[in-house]
Ligand binder design. Structure first.
Ligand code: AR6
Length: 504
């Protein structure tokens, strides 16, 4: 029954025909810039790979510290930072190493010597661990893959012909669209540890995977190598859009209490995973620095999603730290790998890329993600304060709010946002997300991660709210009352149900 209800709710958004008609027009009419890294003058077509613009020359703004540009490895300041065994300009050393690797990598020592010219701490610890149990053919295949990854980096002069604006908090650039090929080229630079850390950004580099000993790095390396093998085998022709939105209205508790939207349909399910909810806007349980611990040992919801859909990594190069009003949207990131296990038991499961994935008129596959970071509570008890309810509601609504002037309200697929590593209370967070989804006019699918009991409890409380026609503002008010009047051990659902049944 639950499955049927979810299929019914998402049917419009899964339908291929309706898909092209409901997507965000591009560029948007909002007055902010929508940057496209490739030539869209003749539209996108399935048969050709998008070409970078400008096509005939390179036009980079080099200033790496200027906030509005992404820190590409060839930027001016990076050039003169000598972090390797050679004091020659860094960009030259990187270009030289990439060219040499692309012509073949004999062994891992050659890889180490090449990378150390621009980054002296490099050691291929994880790759060495991997080759230990491999046959000669497997080792040769691995070295060939590494060489082909370098080939992607070498293609930068055709693919990275213009600087890339950063999507920093409050900037006038709303979105950046690039081809999957351009994304793969950037990922190749991350693989070879060429991008330097930048204040306020997560570090777009896989150097810890290469150089540190934690067992998870072997697994992470398998995900990324599988991605590279897939794209070098046949480059996907699609595109991706990264955008940033913020809910900047002046709001306070009183204004939330005045919200009058009816509550949306809520579908709780213990089965499936967020990433399986096709056609929905799927929530990434993010860190304020998007990607969280993905380039170190982190391996929970956000990191796993990045590992399966590596094009998401580009958001770390583009987006700085999110403040409490910010959300990051990623459209078109395809899934290259599946997984088993979770956290330290995470295992890579290879899968075939869906090459026939339907795309919109701009070439983006049907994958919609929104990254929102919950508040992290060191101590679980500290979350029961009205200012935290307000903070989480602003954040969730920043992610769920429809893009201006559009009818783009696909259902939200979410779950225990902020309730794993970040220690949140599921009952409280689920209702906060329901208020945000309702304000945005979106149905909400809530995946309880195999917790049948919680799915039943959530269904039950949603039934009561529906029966008594509770509005968004009223529910918010109840949550605030809950934290103010809370009895020890009383749960949010019990309080809300009792209050509603007693006549609010
Ligand atoms: N589908 C549905 N539910 C899931 C899935 C999934 N694929 N994976 C996990 N869950 P967590 P947080 C459930 O801890 O607390 C990262 O490092 C499962 O019940 O990832 O918001 C970020 O970068 C799990 O316990 O999210 C941040 O730094 C719960 O969702 C930080 O973790 C919460 O998953 C965010 O922590």
């Amino acid at each position: 029954q639950r499955k049927d209800a979810i299929r019914g709710c998402t049917s419009l958004w899964r339908g291929e025909e309706s898909y092209a008609n409901v997507e965000k027009p591009w560029p948007s009419a909002r007055g902010r810039t929508n940057f496209c890294w490739f030539d869209l003058s003749e539209g996108w077509s399935e048969d050709t790979t998008p070409k970078a613009v400008p096509v005939d020359h390179v036009d980079w703004h080099f200033n790496y510290y200027e906030n509005e540009w992404a820190a590409l490895p060839f930027s001016e300041q990076q050039k003169h930072r000598s972090l390797g065994t050679s004091s020659r300009p860094r960009d030259e050393l990187i270009a030289e190493a990439m060219l040499s690797f692309s012509n073949g990598v004999r062994d891992l020592e050659e890889l180490e010597t090449g990378i150390r010219t621009y980054w002296r701490d490099f050691r291929a610890v994880t790759l060495r661990k991997m080759v230990k149990d491999q046959s000669e053919e497997e080792i040769a295949e691995l070295l060939e893959t590494i060489s082909k990854i370098a080939g992607l980096a070498v293609r930068a002069k055709h693919l990275v012909t213009k600087s890339l604006p950063a999507l920093v908090s409050g900037s006038s650039v709303e979105s950046v669209t690039m081809s999957q090929e351009q994304a793969s080229c950037l990922l190749a630079y991350a693989f070879f540890c060429t991008v330097l850390p930048r204040p306020n950004f997560n570090h777009f580099s896989f150097h810890l995977w290469h150089t540190q000993r934690a067992p998870i790095y072997v697994e992470k390396m398998k995900f990324i190598l599988h991605y590279f093998r897939t794209v070098v085998d046949e480059m996907p022709r699609g595109t991706l859009t990264f955008s940033r939105q913020a809910y900047r209205e002046q709001v306070n508790e009183a204004s939330f209490c005045a919200w009058t939207e009816p509550l949306s349909e809520l579908y709780a399910t213990p089965e499936g995973l967020i990433e399986e909810m096709e056609g929905c806007l799927q929530v990434d349980f993010a860190n304020e620095y998007i990607g969280g611990g993905v380039t170190n040992t982190g391996a929970v919801q956000e990191e796993i999603r990045f590992m399966c859909c590596p094009e998401m990594f580009v958001s770390m190069l583009l987006c700085d730290h999110m403040d409490y009003r910010d959300a990051i949207l990623i459209q078109g990131a395809q899934q290259y790998s599946a997984y088993e296990g979770y956290a330290s038991s995470l295992r890579h499961v290879p899968m075939e890329l869906r090459r026939d994935e339907p795309r919109d008129q701009f070439g983006r596959a049907r994958s919609y993600l929104v990254a929102i970071d919950a508040h992290c509570y060191q101590n679980k008890a500290s979350q029961y304060k009205s200012r935290f309810i307000t903070r989480e509601l602003i954040k969730a609504y920043a992610g769920f709010m429809p893009t201006e002037g559009q009818d783009n309200v696909r259902p939200i697929a979410t779950g225990n946002w902020g309730c794993g590593v970040f220690n949140g209370d599921k009952e409280l967070k689920s209702l906060i997300q329901l208020i945000a989804a309702s304000k945005a006019g979106r149905p909400m699918i809530y995946v309880t991660f195999q917790d049948e009991r919680f799915a039943d409890q959530l269904d039950e409380v949603a039934e009561v709210l529906k029966a008594f026609k509770v509005k968004t503002g009223q529910l918010f008010n109840l949550l605030v009352q809950f934290v103010e009047e809370r009895q020890p051990k009383q749960g949010v659902f019990d309080f809300v149900r009792a209050s509603v049944q007693a006549g609010l």
